[in-house]
Ligand binder design. Structure first.
Ligand code: AMP
Length: 398
């Protein structure tokens, strides 16, 4: 079965065509600057040369038509006809409280996804545009929605209710939802394989550390706590996002500097995090280099991040209990031996001990990086959200 995975952002589309027979990526690509001057598609079919198509793409519908044409192109495509695509898996950021699993998209599901727009005004609208465009282009192909929030729907109320007047939960559904669920789920299942156990029998902490970062406390294979919240702004300091800060800072700054709601949103989402502290970059590679060269604010930004991860590991060890493994994944988690070592430093008394030499050498590959004596295993597992979406899609349409 061949499955097309679509991940629509406001001006971009990432896609992959996966042959589930062997879970092989047949083609993948990225569409950028949709609706903006200079739009283009970078397309690559496995085993063929990369192509770049520079054409005006005024909306997601036009862009997806180009994507499908690229996939079936006799010259640089991967398949002969669109009929070979058995289903399309769509990444949808917010499923609210309505979706705790992936679902086949019908009219009712579409309405429910539209109802969630209020909860993710930047993310759900492009996801919806992608689904509608695909439905028009491939009317008889089943479509599946896979939600970033779904994995976290197993959290209990004492993890997801915020201590503000309860009426706001009832009125606006303000609660912790959590994000990166597809990634946390993927590495949880992989970790179970690694530990040689049924996923229902594992208690682990998964650390998705990338441009956006979140941790998840997994008990019996289910998410029981996570540190992103009502939005993906919460939790750790990230590339440009503040993560958790004292909420009174907002009202203080808005009053002192006469900052509007829109400006405050921009500051917290785009100008904060390690970029805000360091003043030089949101990219952790740049910060590691700058810190190495003696830039004190780059060093401070990294220390705040490391300490943040450490604190959440400690918190989930306390609340989840009997943790047997910690998993690092995503850009930083998979590639930065330096940050993994810093995060795990001082956690020996909790039973976490790295094999520093092994850790140093691991980049983007599955590995155990804890020492033989470590009570808790520390694993690096590269995430693969596209494959997870493909697997969920296949399971539903089969
Ligand atoms: P992601 O959002 O998962 O694609 O992760 C992207 C982030 O991973 C980048 O912004 C970098 O900060 C970080 N990253 C990637 N490779 C490395 C590395 N070798 N060392 C440190 N950070 C890295």
């Amino acid at each position: 079965m061949k499955i097309l995975i679509i991940n629509c952002g406001s001006s971009s589309i990432k896609y992959q065509l996966i042959d589930m027979n062997g879970e092989i990526v047949m083609a993948k690509g990225l569409v950028e600057r949709i609706g903006i001057e200079g739009s283009r598609i970078k397309h690559e079919t496995t085993g063929k040369d990369k192509v770049i198509i520079n054409d005006p793409l005024e909306n997601h519908g036009v862009a997806l038509k180009y994507v499908l044409d690229a996939i079936v192109s006799p010259e640089y495509g991967a398949i002969a006809s669109m009929d070979e695509i058995s289903a399309v898996g769509h990444r949808v950021v917010h499923g609210g409280e309505k979706f705790s699993t992936s679902v086949i998209i019908d009219d009712e599901v579409m309405t429910a996804i539209e109802d969630c727009v209020e909860l993710a005004p930047l993310h759900n609208p492009p996801n919806i545009m992608g689904i509608k465009a695909c439905q028009e282009l491939m009317p008889s192909t089943p479509m599946v929605a896979v939600f970033d929030t779904a994995f976290h729907q197993t959290m209990e109320a004492d993890s997801y209710i915020y201590p503000i007047p309860y009426k706001y939960y009832e009125k606006y559904a303000i609660r912790r939802y959590g994000f990166h669920g597809t990634s946390h789920k993927y590495v949880t299942y992989k970790a179970a394989e690694y530990l040689g156990k049924d996923v229902k029998d594992i208690n682990i902490i998964t650390c998705h550390l990338g441009n956006g970062s979140s941790l998840c406390g997994v008990k019996g294979g289910e998410s029981k706590d996570t540190n992103m919240g009502f939005t993906p702004l919460a939790g750790l300091p990230m590339g440009t996002r503040s993560g958790n800060i004292d909420p009174a800072i907002l009202t203080f700054l808005m009053e002192k500097e006469n900052i509007s709601y829109e400006e405050m949103n921009e500051i917290l989402n785009k100008e904060s995090g390690v970029l805000g502290v360091s003043g030089i970059s949101s990219d952790f590679r740049d910060l590691e280099i700058a810190a190495d060269e003696g830039n004190e604010r780059a060093e401070l930004a990294l220390e705040i991040f490391e300490k943040g991860v450490k604190k959440y590991i400690g918190a989930y060890m306390a609340t989840i209990g009997n943790i047997e493994a910690i998993v690092f994944t995503a850009g930083i988690g998979e590639n930065s031996g330096f940050l993994r070592e810093k995060i795990c430093q001082g956690l020996e008394s909790l039973g976490i001990e790295l094999d520093k030499e092994v850790n140093k050498g691991i980049r983007g590959e599955e590995a155990v990086i804890s020492s033989a004596n470590s009570k808790i295993k520390v694993l690096v597992i590269p995430t693969d959200e596209e494959l997870m979406i493909a697997q969920e899609t296949e399971a539903l349409v089969k």
